[in-house]
Design a protein around this ligand. Structure first.
Ligand SMILES: [Zn+2]
Length: 497
């Protein structure tokens, strides 16, 4: 491994990203089986998705619609006529021994997505977005790695076989230099935001609805040719996308600097150790013996339909970011941090649920970002909703809890103790502003600290801090500090100023 910064002094990285999006259609791509996640193994199956001889596939119209909308949102051209193709290879979780995909006739092509990285815009060019079907899922039992090597036996679940996928492939992304890992992360994040805004997929990386393959190659600095690439498969979080790119840059650089050749291969990403390991040597496309699928009619969307779908697109993401920044009054840096943390949608929903923009930003980017980081998960995977965050801020605004107590409310909600109000109640976190209880605590503090009390009587109002501290300690931080101060000054006959 070569140090990352040193690697980028010697080499220029080229990135390529292939993202698979699992569509949220009710049924599968080529049959009427439910496309829902989970279910008892092999219950969402029929002769077509089991690949039985003689079964005939039919294209899911809703999946074509989603594919066109994704293509349009990525500024692609939409094919007037295109076909599916058979991609031939053997895999136990693909019983037909070919995957129905698209080859030289993708439904969408030649687009781009503008990605914001630390205030700079990178235009990521999209080569194509094509339709295909997912495979089944193998579980390798026994052995230590969970992989097929060393396993005692393997189980196959075909529930996922035939679920519609859109594969979005970028052109090589060059010129990002040291920002390459951040560009890769931002691209996947902003693509996910777009997919969610389109409403075409749940886009949950932890459930495999959105899976990224990261291609990377290095070329000597200043050279305009591309080096040999590696393809790291199924990287399943934004953070891992960034880490995988960093890792591969350092790994390639060390190989090239030693005068060796990078092997063109797929690699596995290991979340726990943050490294990639060798998978299989990657064959070129020709080896799949693609040919047009004879059992399916071509897809030929009319220009009128495509224009109708264009009318259903959500706001352009770049324009939307600019609009939200203006509405929320965020500085460039605040906006950049919000986008970079993958918190834009969460902050937006929290504000929609009633929180002030700065408060929404503060909770997601400090308190909750820290917790997500500690647990090694994405912000969106935390067990708290934007509505709950907004409610906790409302409790602060209403004076029921202060910031410190609010953190304990977050603890409770994240621990599954229920809604914020229920946590405040169950944990007894509400601030005491009832004069009876406060007055008794103030009397105790005065009695316990006669010297301080004397100073305050003598006009040293600043000394009140020590008594406030004593009261807060006795009340376990749950006293209204402003009211405590007033009571102390009142009781000791010391006015302000
Ligand atoms: Zn089926």
């Amino acid at each position: 491994m070569m140090d990352f910064d040193e690697a980028l002094e010697q080499f220029d990285p080229a990135l390529g990203l292939e993202v698979h999006v699992e569509l949220n259609t009710a049924t599968k791509m080529f049959c009427g089986c439910p496309a829902a996640f989970g279910g008892e193994p092999n219950t969402h199956v029929c002769p077509t998705c089991l690949g039985l001889p003689g079964s005939m596939p039919v294209v899911n119209g809703k999946a074509v619609e989603s594919a066109i909308r994704i293509g349009l949102a990525l500024n692609c051209s939409i094919a007037e006529w295109c076909r599916f193709a058979r991609k031939n290879y053997f895999y136990p979780d693909m019983p037909k021994n070919f995957q129905t995909s698209q080859y030289d006739e993708p439904i969408a092509f030649d687009g781009y997505l503008d990605v914001d990285v630390e205030g700079e815009t990178f235009r990521v060019e999209i080569e194509r977005a094509h339709m295909e079907e997912d495979t089944g899922k193998s579980t390798h039992v026994g052995g230590t790695t969970g992989r097929i090597h060393g396993a005692e036996y393997s189980l196959v679940d075909y529930n996922r076989a035939g679920i519609p996928l859109i594969e979005i492939v970028t052109r090589p992304i060059v010129g990002a230099g040291v920002k390459a890992p951040l560009v890769a992360r931002a691209y996947v994040q902003q693509l996910r935001d777009l997919i969610l805004a389109l409403g075409v997929s749940e886009a949950r990386m932890d459930q495999g609805n959105l899976r990224a393959d990261v291609n990377l190659s290095l070329a000597p600095k200043g050279s305009d040719r591309l080096g040999t690439r590696s393809e790291t498969k199924n990287v399943n979080s934004f953070r891992s996308v960034e880490r995988a790119v960093r890792y591969e840059i350092s790994r390639h650089a060390a190989i090239l600097a030693a005068g060796d050749a990078v092997v063109q291969e797929t690699r596995h990403w290991h979340e726990d150790t943050g490294i990639t390991t060798s998978g299989r040597e990657k064959s070129d496309a020709e080896d799949y013996r693609y040919f047009p699928e004879p059992d399916l009619v071509p897809v030929a969307p009319s220009a009128q339909w495509v224009e109708e779908l264009r009318g259903t697109l959500p706001e352009n993401p770049t324009a939307k970011r600019a609009r939200l920044q203006a509405e929320w009054g965020f500085s460039d840096l605040e906006m950049r941090d919000t986008v970079g943390a993958g918190a834009l949608g969460l902050v937006e929903e929290t504000i929609a649920a009633g929180a002030a923009p700065q408060a929404a930003r503060k909770w997601w980017l400090s308190e909750l970002a820290r917790r997500a980081n500690e647990e090694g998960v994405e912000l969106s995977d935390l067990a708290i909703t934007p509505a709950q965050v907004a409610r906790i801020q409302a409790l602060v605004d209403e004076g029921k809890v202060n910031d410190k107590l609010a953190r304990q409310v977050f603890d409770g909600v994240l621990a599954g103790e229920g809604e914020p109000d229920a946590v405040v109640e169950a944990r007894g976190l509400a601030i005491v502003s009832d004069d009876g209880a406060l007055s008794a605590a103030v009397d105790d503090a005065i009695a316990a600290n006669p010297d301080v009390a004397e100073k305050i009587r003598g006009g040293k109002v600043a000394a009140a801090g020590a008594l406030i501290g004593a009261v807060m300690k006795q009340m376990r931080g749950q006293a209204d500090a402003g009211r405590v101060r007033e009571l102390i000054l009142e009781k000791l006959g010391a006015g302000e100023g």
